[in-house]
Design a protein around this ligand. Sequence first.
Ligand code: ZN
Ligand code: ZN
Length: 329
Amino acid sequence: MKAAVIESVGRAVVTEVPDPTPGPREVVVEVAACGLCGTDLHILQGEFAPKLPIVPGHEFAGEVVGVGTQVTEVAVGDRVAVDPSLYCYECRYCRTGHNNLCERWAAIGVTTAGGAARYALAPVANCVKLPEHVRTEDAALVEPLSCAVRGYDVLQSRLGAHVLIYGSGTMGLMMLELAKRTGAASVDVVDVNPARLETARRLGVSGSAASADELDRPRGWDVVVDATGNAAAIQDGLDRVAKAGTFLQFGVADYAARVTIDPYRIYNQEITITGSMAVLHSFERAAELFANGVLDPEVFISDRIPLERYPQALEQFAAGVGRKIVVVP
Ligand SMILES: [Zn+2]
Ligand SMILES: [Zn+2]
């Protein structure tokens, strides 16, 4: 079958690899679409993935075309979105409910072959069936949405919060759409990229600007979300949290990024600083929210690029052009 392969650091190709064979509790998914994200770039740069070569792609959905001998829950012809998380269920973190912090953390498309291919393998436990009205190729958005749902689990957000989001790329926009659903009193978005900000406005925001200085909220925001991973944005955001408010680190920052905190203010104003990593018990709910139309796929998916052009798609993503880019086998 045809697959994208990250062969070595900095080198992605599209080539022929053997078709996958399912284990007893695995299914073979014929991929309808696979989204690209920052994780794929990290893998290309030699981070995250412990071993190269690897077939990347952890955001995908498709049709089941083969099932293992002990699979009864899904059948050939079912359409599924795939949760890429592969937990050990044995370590301390798994045993205390923090599976996303698993000591043997692994994921389809990061540590095992992923969805940037004609076919991908998935444990049946990772498959969520799609309802009739959801287009299979749109369901590549369920995985990133499940990360955003996890973000709101961490926030335990209360009704009537004033929310400020840094970044209006795919993840920032998903946080925006969920903020509206979780009863935010207002949602403001900050982004230095005017084209991205325009999409946020189209989706509906209370305020939007290149800098939070231009937004009128003298007490600050109850919830500040960084969806950029950029140290300057994070620093700015930390300083905008209102008394009793919460800062959520949602964007993936560089390992070396550093910001300063103000311990007196954290104490005196009871400020919470927290983070959210990938998916935790949030994939099923994300699939249901997606089926209920929480996101408009036509807005969120900006480019559908043939799998043959995976390296170019990755370059376009790295250049920050567009929103969610998916490759289509
Ligand atoms: Zn991703
Ligand atoms: Zn574990």
